[in-house]
Design a protein around this ligand. Structure first.
Ligand code: G3P
Length: 217
């Protein structure tokens, strides 16, 4: 499974990119606003740090303007994935952009019906927001299960990009279901490394090694 970072914070991206474990980045208008950076500049900077797909979201609601925005965003770098919302206009633009070879990430997906339409519109990625569904007492991972089954039935090439991840268990559940990607906030990636028994084991090994009086170097 590919792991994308869900942030527009350059320092967070640089720090975790160094691990070699990060396969892409997703941003959205809220994350861009939070970064305090110029949108086009920060996307160009992220694309220079990360070789994999970097999602940059169009903000218009009408198809003609959204298409122009998408073309401008795609021109920033070859690894830009243009994000469009799961609306009629968004899927129209998705089809136009993907027909022209542009990578498209269809975002704000909350139902299997929406995901089916996105695959038919040629989406490169579909972003179901599991956390926001859980937030309203709806089974976010259940949606991933449905989409995974539907896409397998028809061999759709659209990659399932699990988004709105709220914790490590969401990443594990996404992997168990065979999702292609999870886009994860940096603090949750960091949490994935951690387990109290690992810390305890290292402490015990270090103490015992010290008692042996030996050294490797
Ligand atoms: O960036 C897309 C998605 O991961 C954001 O989810 O619910 O944390 O705003 P959320």
């Amino acid at each position: 499974m590919k792991l994308f970072l869900d942030t527009a914070n350059i320092d967070e991206i640089k720090a975790l990119a160094a691990s070699g474990l990060i396969d892409g980045v997703t941003t959205n208008p809220s994350l861009i606003a939070k970064s305090g950076r110029d949108f086009l500049e920060v996307i160009a900077e992220i694309c220079a740090i990360i070789d994999g797909p970097v999602s940059a979201e169009a903000t218009a609601s009408d198809a003609p303007t959204m298409l122009k925005e998408g073309e401008k965003l795609a021109s920033i770098a070859k690894n830009v994935a243009v994000k469009v919302p799961l609306t009629e206009a968004g899927l129209l633009v998705c089809k136009q952009l993907s027909d022209n070879g542009v990578m498209v990430n269809v975002t704000l997906c909350f139902s299997a019906a929406q995901a089916l339409l996105a695959a038919k519109a040629g989406a490169g990625f579909i972003s179901p927001f599991v956390g926001r569904l859980d937030d309203i007492a709806t089974d976010g991972m259940g949606l991933i299960e449905e989409i995974t089954a539907i896409y397998a039935n028809y061999d759709f090439p659209t990659e399932i990009l699990v988004a709105s991840v709220r914790g490590v268990q969401h990443v594990v559940d996404a992997a168990l279901l065979g999702a292609d990607v999870a886009t994860v906030p940096p603090q949750i990636i960091t949490a994935m490394f951690k387990h109290p028994l690992t810390d305890k084991g290292i402490e015990a090994f270090t103490a015992d090694w010290k008692k042996s009086g030996q050294s490797i170097l």
